[in-house]
Design a protein around this ligand. Sequence first.
Ligand code: PEP
Length: 254
Amino acid sequence: MSRKIVAANWKMHGSRAMVESWIRLIRPIEGVELVLFPPVGYIGLANEILSRHAPFLALGAQNVHEAAAGAFTGEASAEMVADLGGRYVIAGHLERRRYSGESDARIANKVRAAYRAGLQPILCVGETLAERSAGEAEAVVARQLTAVTAGLNGPERTTLIVAYEPVWAIGTGKSASALQVEEMHNCIRGILSAAGDIGKDKEMTVLYGGSVSETSADGLFQGPSVDGALVGGVALDGARFMKIGESLRRAKRL
Ligand code: PEP
């Protein structure tokens, strides 16, 4: 069975006070894993607060360095994230690709670093509008995906969580249509199952990200290939994030 996940990516937003007030709003949702990606400096604090108020909530880092330790000023390793109480890592987010020049090869190393530290990676993939208009969306996503899966062993390929995040939908208020998402998720499942254990595609977890809100979630989650969402802007509001989680529970009858 695939996992059902709703994850909040705060990007570079938040404060100590916001960590506390946000976590206090979060309630368990039957069958849905809830994950918070705060800025890395807040993971330890979030872990302390959730142990008292929301032990069902998982934490993760928006990025890690691929080395376990070393002279890399300003960086944090997957091992450090695990030490702080994190369980997940996002790799390949558009904003890391765009502003930090992360290549497919570097992202593959980060995914391997996450597994090395015992963390669950969520790999983000997605095409630009120009690539979609040129009919290259599936080829671009396939390239991003196989660059990572090529370096993984069989079980890792099956447990890898993928978030399809079209570049043109992130932070734009314009979510992809349910049909576009379904088509790309099926393509992703095909690539993963060809790369990993054939026939395991139903067990793979594929999320959608890109301007998900409590209003667009109901339609998006109807797609049988959608296992949840990675949510940016709207997830800064804990109550709205909870509504998206509830929408997933309803859509998947959990
Ligand atoms: C994201 O940052 O992963 C994201 C999907 O952002 P937003 O929901 O704001 O589009």
